[in-house]
Design a protein around this ligand. Structure first.
Ligand SMILES: N[C@@H](CCC(=O)N[C@@H](CS)C(=O)NCC(=O)O)C(=O)O
Length: 219
């Protein structure tokens, strides 16, 4: 299978989980900061791969394309059902992970995403930051008595949240008021799968346009 991903993007969670589970795969990097988005190694149009124009996209061995972070994470985890990254089908524990995937996807990810837009008025960014802080406060409470979102076991939902809060230094939202979240970030960031993702994306970082990420572009 082939994972279409972009350095530092939400798709890094899928990349991390593929590595975590040791699932054979190829990676194609997409410059989502170029308009239109291009697949870096061959310069082809990413729209021809995914008409939604977004990473992650997973090309399955059957040739079909799977999209949407939360679904791709579940698909990958289900390839190694005993890994514990996603509880078994039908269990309440699985619905808990899906509940978090949905919350991180719709409430956290989409509160942060607009902060990347250099044309977004400050007042609108402030509203998004307030919404984000409300959600981070909830997560902080959740992490008071447990190591991960659903308990003391790392799941795909943790990988997704981890990548989201990794955007913090670039986007001028601050997680230091949330000590449990900071510890969560340290804990997940020390997993070999994440260290491995960083090593793999390092040479690619210079090849993407990254117009919004650098601190100089902070709002
Ligand atoms: N609904 C999609 C959204 C994914 C998404 O927002 N991807 C961002 C990177 S984190 C992207 O590719 N943005 C480029 C674009 O939308 O043009 C999902 O859940 O996978």
């Amino acid at each position: 299978m082939i994972l279409y991903t972009s350095p530092l993007a939400c798709s890094s969670a899928a990349h991390m989980v593929l590595l975590e589970l040791g699932i054979p795969h190829a990676v194609k990097f997409v410059d989502i900061y170029a308009q239109p988005h291009v697949v870096i190694d061959d310069g082809t149009s990413f729209a021809d791969v995914n008409p939604k124009h977004a990473v992650p996209a997973l090309r399955l061995d059957s040739g079909e394309l799977l999209t949407e972070v939360g679904v791709i994470l579940q698909y990958i985890a289900d390839l190694k059902p005993k890994s514990g990254l996603l509880p078994e089908v039908g269990s309440l524990a699985r619905y808990r992970v899906m509940e978090w995937l949905s919350f991180v996807g719709s409430d956290v990810h989409k509160a942060i995403g607009p902060l990347f837009n250099p044309n977004m008025p400050q007042i609108a960014k402030e509203i998004h930051r307030q919404n984000l802080n409300r959600r981070l406060t909830y997560i902080e409470q959740q992490l008071t008595h447990q190591l991960y979102l659903t308990g003391d076991t790392f799941t795909v939902a943790d990988a997704y949240l981890f990548v989201m809060i990794g955007w913090e230094p670039y986007l001028k939202f601050d997680i230091t008021p949330y000590p449990n979240l900071v510890r969560f970030q340290e804990r997940v960031g020390s997993r070999p799968s994440f260290v491995n993702v960083l090593q793999i994306i390092d040479p690619v970082l210079g090849q993407v346009s990254l117009p919004v990420f650098p601190n100089t572009n902070r709002p």
